[in-house]
Every structure is written in C-alpha cells, then in structure tokens.
Design a protein around this ligand. Structure first.
Ligand code: C2E
Ligand code: CA
Ligand code: CA
Length: 535
C-alpha cells in the first residue's frame, strides 16, 4: 500500500469513526427528545384527566343542588321559599347564588337579594331579563356561561331549569388544586355541543379562547408531539384542553433526559472504538495476510533443478508468492510474519494444492520428475502436513517420491519433534533436504542428528566460488562431507557457468539458479522440462 492509499484509508477511517460515534449519539439525542415529549404529554394527560374528573364532579354537584331547589314545595319567591334557597346555597359551597325567574326570563328572586321588584333592580344590574341561554339540553336544562348580570356583577356560570337557577364561580371548573403537577400553560373546559369555553385559566381573553377552540376542533385527542392534549368526557358534553408552555430551547436542553444522551454517546464511542479496531486490524499486515489466506491469493513459481552432468531438469522447487492486488510480494517479505502469526500452515497447504493442481498431470505422466516444497517450523513439529500430503497425492495418483521436502535449520526449533517428523516423511517416501545448508550455527550437528536425503548448499557459498574469499572453499567442503555421508547435494543460486563447472567437478550432482532458469510458471516449467529432456 503506498502513501496516498494509506492517507485515503486514514481519512476514510476517521470519517467512519466519526460517523460511528455520532450516529448513536444522535439517535440517543432523538430518543431523549422523544422521551421528554412523551413524558410531558403523559403529565399533561394526567393533569387533563384530573381536571375533567373535577369538572364532571362539579357539574353533577350543581345539578344536584338544582334538583334540590326543584323539590322545594313553597310558592316561588315566598318567604319560606327564599329560606330554602338560602339553606341550599349555604349547604353547597360551590353554589354562589340560587333564585327563580318567570317563563319569560324575568328575574324574580335570589338567595342573596331576596324578592326583587323590577324597579328596585333596574338601576343595579341594568336589565332583568335573562339573555337566551348559551346551551339547552334535550331534557330542558339551560346554561349561561359568563353571565355578569347577577348579584355581585362577577361573571357566573348559571344553570337553570323550570324557572329556577343556581350560579357558580366558573373558575371552579379550572381550579387545579390537587391536580398532579405538570408544566401547564393554560387549561380550558369546553361545552362540546356548542363549542363554548365554559371556563379557562388563566382567565380567558378572546384570542386565547379562540386558540383553545381551534385546538379542540382540529387536534386529535392525543398527539405525541403536540404541546396540547384534549380529553373528552364520556358521560357529559364536556372536554378539557390543556396546553404546555413553549419552553425556550435552552431550557429544553437543560431538562433533556441526559441519561439517553450519554447512553447514546457511550454507545457511539463503543461502536467507533470497535470500528477503529476492526479497520486497523484489517489494515494491519497481519489482517491483510489472513485476508490473503482466506481468499487464496497465493501463487507458486517453479524453479527448475538440473543435473549438473547433463543439464537435464530433474524437478523443481515450489516457491510461493503473494499476489497482492497487482503486485507480487516475495516470500521473504511475508513468510516470517506468517510464521509468527500462525498462518504458515494454511499457506503450506495452499502451495501443495496449487502444485498438485498445476503439475498433477505432468507428475503423473513423467514419474521421474519431482517438486520440492518448503516447510516451516510449525510444519515440522507435528505430522499434520504429512496427514494432508498423503491423501492429497494419493487422490492425484502422484508418487510419494515426487513430492520432496525442504527444511531449514530455522524449522528445527523443537529438534526432537523435527527429527521424528522428518523420519516420518522419509518413511512415507518423501525425500527430505536440509535447506540453506551452512548458514545456521549448528548445520553440522543437525547432520549428525537427522538422517536426510540431501543438502542444499546456500547461495552465499556458491556466490564466492572462484573468488579469493575465505568462504570460497566452503562449498567444496560441504560437497565432500555429503559424499562421506552419502547424501545428495543441490547447489543453490548458480548464476555463472564457472560456478556450475567448479561444483560439478567437486562432486555436486545437482544445481539450481539463474544460469539454468529463474522461477517459472507451471506451463513454462513444463516446457522447460520438455526442452531439457530432448537435450
Ligand atoms: P530458498 O528456499 O533458499 O529459495 C531459493 C530462493 O533463491 C528463491 O527466492 C529463489 O528465487 C532464489 N534464487 C534461486 N536462484 C537464484 C539465483 O541464481 N540468484 C538469486 N539471486 N536468487 C536465486 P524466493 O523465491 O524469493 O524465496 C525466498 C525464500 O522464501 C526461500 O528461500 C524459502 O526459504 C522461502 N520460501 C519460498 N517459498 C516458500 C514456501 O512455500 N514455504 C515456506 N515456508 N518458505 C518458502
Ligand atoms: Ca528452499
Ligand atoms: Ca535455500
């Protein structure tokens, strides 16, 4: 990945993390706001319910008092009649006044003023006729809302029937005493049959009354987000409208349920942390390598191994490459990581699969060729790979001798286990080579401990052949030693003709290197083998 790609990825990472952090916080905020509204509506509903119950009770109470007047047997406005009226008015705290009027609506007497004559009251009230009622029920009940002509001059709620009436303070309808606490801005009780406001608090002005009626007519009974709620009585033509005050946003923010908000932020941070971790892991070399393993992004190159005497190809070494986008990554750049991170065994398996897929036919046809596969320490500590290899070649009809094993000293971390695994490979018919021979500290002691089929002389010793360097004779010593131990020698990294000639003269049987061929594709290798066969 180049720098600009990294920059783009880092920017993407930041954007994702910010979105991941903000989205749940935003959702938390919306929830907090919605919760706040629901709670507000709930409180308004409770308040409206309590007000409606009180309005119904009050109405029933006033009707009861009216009924009591109807029971009075004395002649209307007679002294005993007035005494009864006073008793009834005193007995009902909510009743302000009680009295009688004639069929034409002329006022006749009152518990407060006694019998009134037309002349006596003319100047006081400015009129003695009751106006037409604001509401008339089917059974003859009459109601006047806000009638100011009765004694005291205060607007009264008047209910009448059959020539007698009672008057009450309309404020009693909207008295919030004892109602559940709620941030209420206004409350109004409405007669739903004639859409008249019976009482409102704070005391209604014309505009407020019009607004309440408009809400009552248009608003659905309960709307989550509305600052109003409307409750209707099931038994009377009454409804209550309660409105919440318009809070400035600052106050709203202060009273938000911060638990939701903080919960959202916490969830956001969690999600963001997870996203960052996930992305960074995916972007890390390890994440990319395990992706590569999952997606089978490995290819295999085959470097021919030739017999130095005849220059005929006898086989190939399978060399893995990581195909990363349009780049080929060399094994030295990822094998150590794969070894450290436990991915090497999966890679070894994929190399074997590829070899059998690409060269299975060739190996079946030409039994004398082989392919050698490089193993790492984890492959050399258990029989796992052998258990994979055996059935795989049996399925392909490839001889065990056609798959050889290369093991470096680095692979002998657990020398005892490696010894056991190596002998198991050999027992199963797979020749085993000690790779990079001579580069480790204990190559010689390994040679004592392990029985192997061959040594691969490291390229660094082949490079110095023919030069004056102190190491220039190491290669020939290794060849001598191999001869004594009766194992084969393959010299690696032969680039020049004189190296091949020298090593051959010293007794090395096989060689590998650019002089003969670089690593090839399977098809190229098959062609190469064909050419040298004909040679
Ligand atoms: P190696 O096993 O010593 O493989 C030989 C390396 O030398 C190869 O490098 C090959 O391309 C290179 N080479 C061959 N002839 C010449 C030459 O004449 N001149 C020069 N300069 N180089 C030459 P490559 O393919 O990069 O592999 C590097 C190492 O990665 C291998 O060293 C081997 O240790 C490891 N490796 C490769 N494939 C696998 C695999 O499938 N599994 C494991 N565990 N290791 C692998
Ligand atoms: Ca090798
Ligand atoms: Ca080697």
């Amino acid at each position: 990945m180049n720098n600009s790609q990294r920059g783009a990825l880092a920017a993407l990472l930041i954007v994702i993390v910010v979105i991941a952090a903000l989205a749940p916080a935003g959702i938390g905020f919306l929830f907090a706001q919605r919760n706040q509204r629901l709670e507000e509506t709930e409180r308004l509903n409770l308040f409206a319910d309590a007000t409606l119950r009180r309005a119904e009770d009050l109405t029933r109470h006033l009707l009861g008092a009216l009924g009591e007047i109807g029971q009075v047997s004395a002649a209307p406005c007679s002294r005993p009649y007035l005494t009864e009226l006073r008793r009834i008015a005193l007995a009902h705290a909510q009743v302000r006044d009680a009295g009688a009027y004639d069929q034409d609506g002329h006022w006749q007497c009152s518990s407060l003023l006694g019998a009134v004559s037309v002349g006596a009251l003319d100047g006081v009230t400015g009129g003695l006729m009751l106006p037409p009622p604001d509401w008339r029920s089917r059974d003859g009940m009459l109601a006047w809302y806000g009638l100011a002509r009765l004694p005291g001059g205060k607007a009264s709620l008047v209910m009448g029937r059959n020539g007698f009436y009672i008057a009450a303070d309309p404020a009693l309808y909207v008295d919030s005493h004892g109602a559940p606490a709620a941030p209420v801005d206004g409350v109004a009780v409405i007669n739903t049959e004639v859409s008249r406001v019976i009482a409102s608090a704070p005391a209604a002005d014309a505009a407020a009354t019009a607004a309440v009626l408009a809400v009552y007519r248009t608003a659905p009974p309960v709307r989550d987000c509305s600052p109003y709620v409307v409750r209707r009585s099931a038994s009377m033509p009454l409804a209550v409208v309660v409105s919440a005050p318009h809070q400035p946003w600052r106050q709203r923010v202060r009273t938000l349920p911060w638990g939701w908000l903080l919960g959202g932020v916490a969830a956001g941070l969690l999600v963001a942390g997870w996203a960052a971790y996930f992305i960074l892991r995916r972007l890390s070399p390890r994440g990319q390598l395990s992706d590569a393993v999952r997606r089978h992004q490995f290819i295999v190159a085959y470097q021919p191994i030739v017999e130095l005497a005849t220059r005929r190809c006898v086989g190939a070494e399978a060399l893995v490459r990581w195909k990363y986008h349009d780049r080929i990554v060399r094994p030295d750049d990822f094998i150590p990581l794969a070894e450290n991170r436990g991915l090497i065994q999966a890679i070894t398996d994929q190399v074997l699969d590829t070899v059998l897929l690409e060269l299975g036919d060739f190996l079946r046809r030409y039994r004398e060729y082989y392919v050698s596969v490089n193993l790492s320490a984890p492959d050399l500590t258990t029989h796992r790979f052998l258990d994979v290899l055996g059935p795989a070649i049996a399925r392909q009809g490839v001889r065990p001798g056609q798959i050889r094993i290369e093991a470096t000293e680095r692979g002998f971390l657990d020398a005892e286990a490696a010894k056991d695994v190596i002998s198991a490979f050999r027992h199963a018919g797979h020749a085993v080579y000690l790779d990079d021979f001579g580069t480790g500290y204990s190559s010689l002691s390994h040679l004592q401990n392990f029985r192997v089929d061959g040594l691969k002389i490291d390229k660094s010793f082949v490079d110095t052949v023919g030069q004056d360097a102190a190491s220039s004779s190491v290669a020939s010593h290794i060849v001598d030693m191999a001869a004594t131990l009766e194992v084969q020698v393959i010299a690696e990294g032969i680039e020049r003709e004189e190296q091949a000639a020298y090593l051959h003269a010293r007794g090395a049987q096989f060689g590998q290197g650019w002089l003969f061929s670089p690593p090839l594709t399977a098809a190229e290798f098959i062609r190469y083998a064909g050419r040298t066969r004909g040679a």
